[in-house]
Design a protein around this ligand. Structure first.
Ligand code: DQA
Length: 146
């Protein structure tokens, strides 16, 4: 089974961007950690980052039939009806991760359009949230197989 780790806009800057909010771990480090954890748990983790809304939509479509999606949509969580509809259209388990505690920040970050159609939502746990997300997706997928 394959799990997609999908990161949205500006997450390529992880490690340099606002370390007070997002920490010092880089995206390649997060991706390697998830591939390793996936290998331990018996899934192949494929990693994609894009700054483009339409590319994120297409990646969600392409993950149809996979074991799941762990996604940090970045700011598109707050704005993208298109990404929300894509997640809703694809039955693949989708767990959303936000590194920072969006509820402790500006009010425009308090709404996630995509969270409303997610099977899980992990917020404010730092980059450790991605590990939690992967474990949650695998748990959903496994229980769906039984
Ligand atoms: C974020 C939170 C978003 O509000 C922000 O636009 C990001 C990162 C997070 O991981 O905490 O790009 O998704």
């Amino acid at each position: 089974p394959t799990v997609l780790l999908l990161n949205g806009p500006n997450l390529n800057l992880l490690g340099q961007r606002d370390p007070h909010q997002y920490g010092s771990t880089t995206l390649p480090q997060v991706e390697q950690r998830l591939r390793d954890l996936g290998a331990e748990l018996g899934v192949r983790v494929t990693c994609v980052q894009s700054n483009h809304e339409g590319e994120l939509v297409e990646q969600v479509h392409a993950a149809h039939g996979s074991a799941g999606i762990v996604c940090n949509p970045g700011a598109y969580a707050h704005t993208s009806v298109a990404l929300r509809d894509a997640v809703d259209a694809v039955p693949t388990p989708y767990v959303e991760v936000h590194i920072s505690n969006v509820y402790a920040r500006e009010s425009f970050r308090h709404t996630s359009l995509t969270a409303a159609v997610a099977s899980g939502y992990i917020v404010g746990c730092g980059v450790f949230g991605y590990e939690l997300g992967l474990r949650a997706v695998i748990e959903r997928w496994t229980s769906g197989q039984e």
